[in-house]
Design a protein around this ligand. Sequence first.
Ligand code: PAF
Length: 284
Amino acid sequence: MRVVNTVADLRTALSEARLDGASIGFVPTMGFLHAGHASLMEVSVAANAVTVVSIYVNPLQFGAHEDLASYPTDRAGDLRTCEAAGVDLVFAPEAEEMHTADMSTTVAVGGVSSPLEGASRPSHFAGVATIVAKLFSIVGPCRAYFGAKDWQQTQVVARMTIDLSLPVEVFACPIIREPDGLAMSSRNIYLTTDERAQATVLRQALLVGVELVESGETDATRVESAMRDTINTASLAEIDYVAAVPAQTLVVDGPLDGDVRLLVAVRFGKARLIDNAGCRTIET
Ligand code: PAF
């Protein structure tokens, strides 16, 4: 496995693979890698001749009062995870390599960027779309793999690749969970012991919502209310949003019908956790 820090070195490292027409799989990350990231790498390694992982904490996607300065890092552990997953190339640029002082371009995806995370974190998805577009341009992958835990992000990236005709196939891979159901996240490290114990309510609330939708409930408000009641059993939980929405548009327009995504964002102290689950309304 090679580790490169500059765009020029990455392009040189990939030039032979590109000339040979080899398929390039790409897993963009912000580091502090866990089993969820490893699962994306393994899918890519199995499907592509070359797998590239980027490790870059992207300042553009953090709001002014968010955790950019304290975002956890573990470079040695990250490289061990990549090596064990069979990754060929790690791209780990410094901020100056990615953002010159006069950088003036932003990629803003409308529609699906607006609700939920977009409403809570107004500049977040423009930051994500800008860096992902830039990484796609640098790496030139055939396929890119994202975790479905960030469901809305996968929809934003998918929309961007369609709208900009980017030649990349985008995959949303299954959420990897701890044995008690908590979705794996780099931010779980912020949880205290008590918060960690209570954080399992996110998964429980999603299961309550899935059960309701799959037994015929099509009123989003009633599904959301049952999910809220479950989350509110945790005394340390502070709900940001709870949503039962159409899986692709993420905007409710009448009764739920077809593929539904249930999404939650909940604060436990310093940690803001998100999770989601898919389900389908029953045919009538
Ligand atoms: O999901 C993430 O870790 C980030 O949003 C991504 C896709 C690496 C862009 O910085």
